[in-house]
Design a protein around this ligand. Sequence first.
Ligand code: HEC
Length: 418
Amino acid sequence: MLRLILLSLALLSASVHAEEWRGHGGPVRTLDVSKDGWEIVSGGFDGASIVWNAANGAAKNVLRFHAGSVDAVAFLPNGDFLTGGEDGIVALWQPGSKSPVMHWKLHEARVASLAISPDGKRFASGSWDGLVKIVASPGVITELQGHQAPVNAVKFLADGTLVSGGQDGSLRFWRDGQQTAMLSMPSGITALAILPDQTIAIGTGDGRVRLVSDGRIKAEIATGDFPVIALAATRDGKTLAAAQIRGAVSLIDVPSIKIRTTLVGPGLPVWSLVAIDNATLLTGGGDRLIRRWNLATGEPVGGVPLLKSNDELAAFADDPGAKLYRACIACHTLKRSDGPRAGPTLEGIFGRKIGTDTDYVYSDALKGKDLVWTPETVSKLFEVGPAHYLPGTKMPEQTIGSAQDREALMQFLAKATK
Ligand code: HEC
């Protein structure tokens, strides 16, 4: 009886304190918070976007639609949201739905950034194809040409002016479909954030953050040697968080332009940032988790969630095939319950028809093909290489030269994916 009580107490306290934020099978590439602060939407390298309860990190809806990674997300004022993918597509979602209400193929390369106009009536997309597009209603699309390189970030100012930042180092201002001004930075622009007083914070490839207002650089601060990959401002504009592609997350005190603190703890590198309010920051990490931080102290909030033990292979310690499987583990799981990563789960792979796992969005190269995976066909896949066996596949080229190694890997897969 006592044990039961203790157990239920433990469960109770776990449910009160445990932060969840678990669900992505790859780095968390992008984050946004709804205007009311209740919901978070994330996009990942695993091709999923997830709607989360901002209070406790419970996943409310896992959405799969894009072929490839989800690189941009943005909430509309009414709680609907957009996702933009590596496939050049922008999709419009309602929070509870399982498929998009609408979608547009806007770009020939990944959609790196999305922004919603202040009145909620237009959205802008910036893409690695070098173009910016504005969608005013389903049929009214304006193309903005000017950038000489991939566009990494787009943001609207309060007066409806769109700003875009590109790998070419140019910050461009657009109104009514025309470029109205341009400013050049000494390094490629990787991220933008707008402060409440309409100062534009610019993250660049040289690891710096610059503040621009009235068309001039007013202040600048070095955050480290690596490119800034994400920037977020608190709603009061007093704190800016800047994440570096291979380094720390710096919290910048905006009034004094000084680094107040850097976040320490697991979960680095960070790929994405969003401030829920003036006190709380969320980071999306390379370790597939989202973490919550106290902006005043730089400490993690609600305990530090640790990644589920990484010993998927522990049960197969002496198996030579398990060693070979290490080449696959970054992108595949052995159990469906661990979800898809960059590639589909391999649970039940032998006997499965190609391109048919329902938790995963395949490229056209695998869809509708007449092939069943067996030890023979998977072995062939890595004898000749995915690019030859399945032309056009997203799976990166890799071969296993030795027939003995292929055989050992197939024996391992037969045991581990049953
Ligand atoms: C860097 C990521 C990556 C690595 C590493 C990787 N794969 Fe994949 N794999 C993918 C992706 C992405 C797909 C889906 C391809 C598509 O849709 O074009 C895939 C598809 C597959 C499929 C077809 C699955 C199906 O449902 O039709 C098999 C089988 C497979 N991989 C096996 C392996 C094995 C075995 C290894 C290790 C030797 C491996 N992969 C390594 C990314 C990867």
